[in-house]
Design a binder for this molecule. Structure first.
Ligand code: NAD
Ligand code: TYD
Length: 336
């Protein structure tokens, strides 16, 4: 089996490539990544001498490149993870989100169809469903009501993928996962940002009252579900993925400070994110039932091991916090 992972130098993708090499050692994994600010070849350092991991730097919107990779490596299946992934960046500049997440996915679909790829797995997000009130959970039947340019671009991509299944009879599967955490996550997202800032004794910028709720899953549990979706999922289906683990942001930040032995005086409530979704919660019963999958990592353990990873891999996040990231940080937090 030969699989193409796009976005495999990012957070979830680099962990997925590693999981696939470990769990399916006879497969070849081709990894296509543009190495944007979020892509980091350093996250793949341990795979450098692995003959069954082929890294290619390039854009998913480059049809010629994608078609040649699918052909050259006789790709059987695609995991499409490449995306612009940060809500705050999508608020500052939505254009690239449409280019990569929507047009890029459409190019991937055209190429996969032309080259008769056997299965196309689209990695999506619970954010396509919009925001919940105090109760209830998203099911696959919940209406799509994305509220940020990021989630709108992901919803558009989902609909294209499902339409290609419907119209051309392509074998497609869409997964919609809740918020991930774990090693190699870019420190612009809540958990790694707060860990890195706390380790540097910088303020922890909590948006608004910090009572927004997210449903957290360890990246390893998400990636095991992606493998199960490829192997066990039904064509044309959507699978919600989550680990039944809801937390208000402020409580997570407090917990991280406790683990790191730092004081709560580092917390700074800053101006809220425009259009901020109040609550996400995922009902993953369908995935559990049909994919033979269930999450394994308890939040307390996952959070502790993630903090430990950031403590031990300070060089990794210190290097990515230079350059372009500083400019973004100033733009996003400077005016708050
Ligand atoms: P990330 O930002 O860490 O990584 C994205 C990767 O895609 C980077 O390596 C980047 O270089 C690459 N990329 C961006 N544009 C590209 C292009 N045009 N061509 C090729 N490569 C390109 O993101 P992540 O958190 O790892 O998310 C991966 C996927 O999972 C995304 O599709 C995201 O929408 C989805 N997802 C993420 C979460 C989460 O909590 N992080 C939850 C659910 C779904
Ligand atoms: P984030 O990690 O950006 O994921 P998403 O917005 O895709 O869920 O944010 C998670 C939550 O943390 C979200 O409610 C916004 C909040 N947040 C802060 O309060 N401060 C921050 O600096 C960041 C990045 C996020």
């Amino acid at each position: 089996m030969n699989v193409l992972v796009t976005g495999g130098a990012g957070f979830i993708g680099s962990n997925l490539v590693r999981l696939l090499r470990r769990e399916r050692p006879h497969w070849t994994v081709v990894n296509l990544d543009k190495l944007t600010y979020a892509g980091n070849a350093e996250s793949l350092a341990d795979l450098r001498d692995d003959k069954r991991h082929v890294f290619v730097r390039g854009d998913i919107a480059d049809a010629e490149l994608v078609a040649s990779l699918l052909r050259e490596h006789a790709i059987d299946a695609v995991f499409n993870l490449a995306a612009e992934s940060h809500v705050d960046r999508s608020i500052l500049g939505p254009g690239i989100f449409v280019e990569t997440n929507v047009s890029g996915t459409q190019v991937m679909l055209d190429c996969a169809r032309a080259e008769k790829v056997k299965r196309f797995v689209q990695i999506s997000t619970d954010e396509v469903y919009g925001s919940l009130g105090a109760t209830g959970r998203f099911t696959e039947a919940s209406p799509l009501q994305p509220s940020s340019p990021y989630s709108a671009s992901k919803a558009a991509a989902d609909l294209l993928v499902l339409a290609y299944g419907h119209t051309y009879g392509m074998d497609v599967v869409v997964t919609r996962c809740s918020n991930n955490y774990g090693p190699y996550q870019f420190p612009e997202k809540l958990i790694p940002l707060m860990i890195a800032n706390a380790l540097e004794d910088k303020k922890l910028p909590v948006y608004g009252d910090g009572q927004q709720v997210r449903d957290w899953i360890h990246v390893e549990d998400h990636n095991r579900a992606l493998l199960a979706a490829l192997e066990e999922g039904r064509a044309g289906e959507v699978y919600n993925l989550g680990s039944d683990n809801e937390w208000p942001n402020l409580q997570i930040v407090g917990r991280l400070l406790e683990i790191l032995g730092k004081g709560r005086d580092l917390i700074a409530h800053v101006q809220d994110r425009p259009g901020h979704d109040r609550r996400y919660a995922i009902d993953a019963a369908k995935a559990q039932r049909e994919l033979g999958w269930s999450p394994r990592i308890a939040f307390a353990d996952g959070l502790a091991s993630t903090v430990d990873w950031y403590v031990k891999n300070r060089g990794w996040w210190e290097r990515v916090r230079t350059g372009e990231y500083r400019t973004f940080y100033e733009r996003n937090y400077g005016a708050r």
